[in-house]
Design a protein around this ligand. Structure first.
Ligand SMILES: Cc1ncc(COP(=O)(O)O)c(C=O)c1O
Length: 387
């Protein structure tokens, strides 16, 4: 039988990550020892107590039913976490919806708010799931470039009036992937004014909110006056608590928007496995102890890799947070060729910037997902590709 994929599938080509995997698998089979700094998947294990809760809860005979969404206790723990860490007060019943990881939430969210042809303001470069979600909903992306001259923040004044009038949704991500730009109050205030003026829903992706290397607490979009009127924040336990495989996240914000998302979700799935929710509750309730350790480790990694690369003559800037270094390649402009050359000559795996959008051309993303000694070794090895 001839299978004819839907026209919609044309939007989903093979990703650079599968190309990199095929190439590095082949290299490993040939005996190469690679230092993999490509995927942003946390390498540290979750806190031992979180794993114990998951194991104990999974052993219970009655833990295997459908949960039909977040439990009351999960929503309370999210609200408590937000109150303690960001001073944002959330109503646990009406202002939070649980998702099966933030990828699931991000990809489905445009379905809830956009009709085919609606414009979604997103960044270039951006985390790849945003475009997938926009395409699934039949919406149309308008790309706001992230440029060094604007501290890698979108310049809202450059959005043409007719685009702003037609836009339905804006997606932001600070600290970002792949660009580790940091959130700040003045920028979020501009976003809120813009969103109010043009009736645009804002979704801030805070997946890396606990990865800040200066200041004492994470910075929430929802903490800015007016944010709850225009938007929501999606946050994940994947990075903050090293629970990426457990698939648990949540969206918090405007109650009317959350109601729409809950309605959509009730038609998509039957909720996250109860023991995963219990483990997440423990993690959220003990966030400070867990994330402080993680932050110290990632700050040390960011310093080690940045200074290692600077020492070999690659002028990189040390990130202020996030899980990545985002930097121009040391020579030329073909980031894809550079990445494959680095695998061949230095045995270091990075991701070409253009995988995240056209504005990423000439850049690479380097994930801080190895311990300090390996990052130092990676910098040393990369000498071979500095010309
Ligand atoms: C910016 C950003 N948002 C969301 C995600 C998805 O994470 P998860 O689905 O594990 O919550 C990622 C994963 O790398 C990410 O980088």
């Amino acid at each position: 039988m001839k299978i004819q994929p839907s026209k919609r599938m044309a939007a989903f080509g093979p990703s650079i990550f599968s190309d990199l995997k095929a190439y590095t698998d082949q290299k490993k089979q040939q005996g190469d020892i690679l230092i993999d700094l490509s995927l942003g998947s946390p390498d540290l294990p979750p806190d031992e107590r979180v794993r114990t809760v998951l194991a104990d809860e999974s052993a219970k005979a009655d833990a295997y039913g459908y949960t039909l969404g977040g439990t009351t206790q999960f929503y309370q723990s999210v609200a408590d976490y937000y109150k303690r860490r960001t001073r944002v007060l959330l109503n646990p019943q009406t202002e939070i919806v649980q998702t099966m990881g933030s990828q699931e939430g991000l990809v489905h969210l445009p379905l809830a708010f956009c009709d085919p042809g609606d414009i979604v303001l997103t960044t270039n470069p951006a985390y790849v799931a945003y475009e997938a979600g926009i395409s699934l909903a039949g919406a149309v992306p308008y790309f706001m470039p992230l440029l060094p001259e604007n501290q890698f923040l979108p310049d809202l004044s450059l959005i043409p009036e007719d685009i702003a009038q037609k836009a339905k949704l804006m997606l932001l991500n600070l600290p970002g992937n792949p660009v580790p730009a940091m959130p700040n109050r003045a920028f979020f205030e501009q976003v809120i004014d813009f969103a109010k003026k043009y009736h645009i829903i804002v979704l801030h992706d805070a997946a890396y909110s606990e990865f800040y290397f200066e200041g004492g607490e994470p910075f929430s979009f929802l903490s800015i006056s007016g944010a709850m009127e225009v938007g929501m924040e999606i946050n994940s336990l994947s990075k903050t608590f090293s629970l990426a495989g457990a698939r648990i996240a949540y969206i918090a914000g405007n109650a009317d928007m959350i109601r729409v998302l809950k309605q959509l979700k009730s038609n998509l799935d039957y909720g996250v496995f109860a023991p995963v929710q219990k483990a997440a509750i423990f993690a959220l309730d003990h966030a400070e102890e867990i994330t402080n350790k993680l932050r110290i480790e990632f700050r040390a990694r960011a310093e080690a890799l940045s200074s290692g690369l600077q020492q070999i003559g690659w002028p990189v800037e040390q990130p202020g947070g996030g899980m990545f270094l985002w930097t121009k390649i040391p020579s030329g402009s073909d980031d894809r060729a550079f990445v494959f050359e680095a695998i061949d000559k230095a045995g270091v795996v990075m991701v070409p910037g253009s995988a995240f959008g056209t504005a990423g051309k000439g850049y690479v993303r380097i994930a801080l997902v190895q311990p300090v000694p390996l990052l130092k070794q990676a910098a040393e090895r990369l000498k071979k590709v500095i010309v």
